[in-house]
Design a protein around this ligand. Structure first.
Ligand code: HEM
Length: 226
């Protein structure tokens, strides 16, 4: 990880905690009496899961838009690349929080094994497993950037296409593992699915009409063509 991302990620996590506080408080006050006092980590996991999902969505859209002319009208391409990478790293941090805060929830009784090994959870094992596989794939995609020179551009690019699987697995996992997926959450899931499909279409259409690939700005050799 480039050191310059350390502070923004810590800041992002802090902001996440602050912004999720009202949701956590609301969740705790409406939780069934039998689980009162033990709901904090459950709601922490739910909010960080949602924040992680939204960041994953943003990162996918920014990655797809890197090569299109539309985004370049708003943000220079190299800044777009930094944003894409930053949102991916922040998403992994929030999803990590989403997973490991479940250890603090004693109502279902997640163990380290049930969080890391598919089909071991007692709660909706199939949909939790979809999340586990998505998370491993997401780690591979995100951190493959740092070994790009060793694995080569072709392999790296092939790995990068796994992002689509990660996004749609994250979507299905959120939709079906969520304990009470309300109307607004369904709107979020379907809205983001439509947006990713739309940006993918835009990217395909734009790459077909652009001719030779645009030249990278000088001094940005780190930014890969995605
Ligand atoms: C790419 C990876 C992942 C993403 C994007 C993600 C995102 C989400 C989202 C958005 C929700 C719904 C929250 C809600 O409805 O309030 C959720 C629920 C849940 N996730 Fe994940 N998750 C991921 C990986 C994991 C992993 C690896 C585990 C555990 C091993 C896990 C365990 C759970 C559980 C138990 C729930 C149900 C919580 C509830 O009652 O809503 N997730 N996740």
């Amino acid at each position: 990880m480039r050191p310059k991302f350390g502070i923004p990620i810590a800041g992002g996590l802090f902001l996440g905690f602050v912004t999720s506080a009202p949701l956590l408080a609301a969740g705790a006050s409406t939780a069934p009496a039998s689980t009162q006092g033990g709901t904090f980590f459950w709601y922490l996991s739910r909010t960080s899961g949602l924040v992680g999902y939204v960041l994953l969505f943003l990162s996918v859209c920014l990655g797809l838009a890197i090569k299109t002319r539309f985004l370049e009208l708003l943000v220079p391409r190299w800044q777009n690349f930094d944003l894409h990478q930053f949102t991916a790293l922040l998403a992994t941090a929030f999803i990590g929080l989403h997973i490991f805060s479940l250890l603090g929830d004693h109502y279902i009784g997640f163990t380290l094994e049930s969080l890391l090994v598919p089909l071991q959870a007692s709660y909706k094992p199939e949909w939790v497993s979809v999340g586990i596989v998505a998370f491993y794939l997401f780690l591979i995609v995100t951190f493959s950037f740092y070994i790009r020179s060793s694995i080569g551009q072709k392999t790296w690019r092939a790995l990068h296409y796994l992002t689509f699987a990660v996004f749609f697995m994250g979507l299905l996992h959120g939709l079906f593992a969520g304990s009470d997926t309300e109307a607004w959450a369904k709107f979020l899931y379907w809205g983001t699915a439509v947006a990713v499909t739309g940006v993918t279409g835009l990217r395909i259409w734009d790459s077909g009409s652009q001719g030779p690939a645009a030249v990278r700005p000088p001094g940005r050799r780190g930014a890969p063509s995605s």
